[in-house]
Design a protein around this ligand. Structure first.
Ligand code: HEC
Length: 128
């Protein structure tokens, strides 16, 4: 009886550990993400309505791609039909030209999935 209880609690402990590890990876590290945003900040302001070479990224999560009325987007991005979620942002930042061919964002991509998770954690905290 005692033996069974110990086994059960060990199993629960193992499952909880695996779940925590998964969550940590998916969530990313917002503080590290702020450093990663330095690759974007020369073109993207974080304030609402402030556009540079690229559109403001204020509130970008849940926004439709190419949706800001006062920024001139490429036809490719406007037509893309994307809604920016953590998943679609991840795919876009990894390789913008692959996801949206002929878009006008002059950025080669961020190949490291961990870097992208951190960056997206930063965006989620900063603009929502
Ligand atoms: C050299 C300038 C430049 C850099 C660097 C850059 N971008 Fe962009 N970005 C743009 C431009 C220009 C567009 C508009 C593209 C279009 O209309 O096809 C854009 C569009 C976007 C969009 C779509 C916005 C919307 O309203 O639909 C997102 C999201 C985005 N960029 C994220 C990022 C992130 C994250 C980084 C950093 C990893 C980054 N960009 C780096 C210039 C840049």
């Amino acid at each position: 009886m005692t033996g069974q209880a110990t086994l059960a609690s060990r199993l629960i402990g193992a499952v909880a550990l695996v779940a925590m590890a998964g969550a940590a990876q998916a969530d990313g590290d917002a503080a590290r993400g702020e450093k990663k945003y330095e690759e974007c900040v020369s073109c993207h302001a974080t304030e609402r309505g402030v556009h540079g070479v690229g559109p403001s990224l204020y509130g970008v999560l849940d926004r439709k791609a190419g949706d800001l009325a006062d920024f001139r987007y490429s036809p490719a991005l406007k037509r893309s039909g994307i809604t920016w979620s953590e998943q679609s942002l991840d795919t876009f930042i990894a390789d913008p030209q692959k996801m949206v061919p002929a878009n006008r964002m002059p950025y080669a991509g961020m190949p490291d999935a961990g870097d992208r998770a951190d960056l997206i954690a930063y965006l989620r905290n900063a603009f929502r």
